[in-house]
Ligand binder design. Sequence first.
Ligand code: PRX
Length: 646
Amino acid sequence: MATVHPVPAEWAARAQITAEVYAEKYRAALETPETFWRAESARIDWIKPWTKLSQCSFDEASFGIEWFSDGTLNVSANCLDRHLAERGDVTAIIWEGDDASQQRRLTYRELHEEVCRMANALKALGAQRGDRVTIYMPMIPEAAVAMLACSRIGAIHSVVFGGFSPEALAGRIQDCDSNLVITADAGMRGGKLVPLKANVDEALLQCPGVGAVLVVQHVGNQVTVAAGRDHWWHEQRAAVLADCPYEEMGAEDPLFILYTSGSTGKPKGVLHTTGGYLTWAAMTHQYVFDYRPGEIYWCAADVGWVTGHSYVVYGPLANGATTVMFEGVPNYPTHSRFWEIVDRHKVEIFYGAPTALRALMREGDDWVKATSRQSLRLLGSVGEPINPEAWEWYWRVVGDGRCPIVDTYWQTETGACMMTPLPGAHALKPGAASFPMFGVVPQIVDGDGNVLPEEPGVAAEGNLCITQSWPGQMRTVWGDHERFFQTYFTTYRGKYFTGDGCKRDEDGYYWITGRVDDVINVSGHRMGTAEVESALVAHAKVAEAAVVGMPHEIKGQGIYAYVTLNAGEEPTDDMRKELVAWVRHEIGPIATPDVIHFAPALPKTRSGKIMRRILRKIAEGDVSNLGDTSTLADPSVVDSLLTSGR
Ligand code: PRX
């Protein structure tokens, strides 16, 4: 039996969403959606109010997703301009550098001016409504400024995480035909310099379409400036006006593209649009975190991921919050860093990833206990399943047993949170994503698509689908609408398939059991095994590769790569190092394989399909029962795998 932490009395008394309110709103969103969304979307300032709520169908013949489609608005005006009258002098962003002596605060008024100036600078560099702008930045306020500046002029941003290699960056620039890149000279992480501008220079050798690069001077390192192409932000900033009118955008105009990994092929450009996304991000930010104006809120994600988009920038700023941005890493200069930041800025709500918690937990409680953390009242977790041990540590040691934990389940595709316990409404079960957000209808299906019925007191386990659209749903894969439909709506006809396994327990709580496709979750970062495989086979000495996930104490999952070398190549340790370096070069450090297993051959069926089930078992170290191997073209391959080299 899992432990249950009841709703604390003070939370039930003061929370915005109590058990009764949750039930009422959940019902209202489904039974009277027009009224529900009229009220919820009123948290956004519309230039022209919408009259059409939604036109959504997951069926092939009528497929389409639209919310609030005839309404108009501007995202940056919602995140900035409308706060100026009442909250102009409230801090919008508290920034702390990798080096703690570097601190910045920007009020809403200051942020507004920065965004206007950058929007004007982008226009001066030729950016127009609908253009794609790639943002490759460290975690500094200018990353948020760049995103908001794009949304102000109606340009579509594509943020690429600073940990991706020049090769990966180039692929993303090419895929969406970006003609402008915003970057910084460099970033700092854990005392190490990340040479962002140099990476951009290398990437742009393959991207002739990029005509301008805007470079923020952050670290002050030496960088190359290509005449006519590269422009310093501080110079451009000084040359433009401090005000920039915002564009009136349609609710369904694109807001951003964010590349994410799937089970096959290259990363997909997930496209989010304007009105539905902002409503969804702002609504969930308020309810999930029980956020109230004036509170200091810190989401420790990087803006290179969707969590950074929705819960560092758009959700909090739409709600007029004070959002903390941190450039560095949890263990630098010491393992107390996160909690020192909490104390320094009096953070009330902290939202982070299980992988960081597991890494900190391993270092012992003293690093946490050396800090006060009295300001904290709510903790959040995101990105991967949180194991009960890490959950209990988070609760007991970080939160001193006072702070509820919201374990938020969602995806790049879903825009913002889909399932979570709400702190004043639901007793907490460690590791359970718990209950759906308003408007979200989960359904658990078996492998054949049969719906496992929802019966009180009866548990069910299978694959997680969502049966109807919600405002923050992605609208398409950039440049490939057919791939969007094929990827998400054909496994189970008429439903959105998440790719996740899920169980519902006797009390109706949902638990995410992990991906059921060929996607692995490494330190909360999504990685397609196919991507790592194609990086490996691009190496001249590799004949074949198959990649699977393996359990990893800190990262959740690690990357286990089976590699068959070309005839005549020696499987040496040096070759291993060469291949690891190669993958880092092709994708980036986040794709570093944990194990390279030199395999004389891979286990294949007679039709040539690799039997991943066997590879997963061996990677997990569970070789006692490899299951039926009789359908393999050559069953002796399994023995050779068991005796060959890791
Ligand atoms: O497998 C689920 C896992 O992360 C995947 C989505 O990854 P990404 O698009 O990168 O978005 C991460 C940030 C929202 C999901 O398919 N996942 C995310 N949150 C949780 C989770 N698994 C279990 N519990 C969670 N809270």
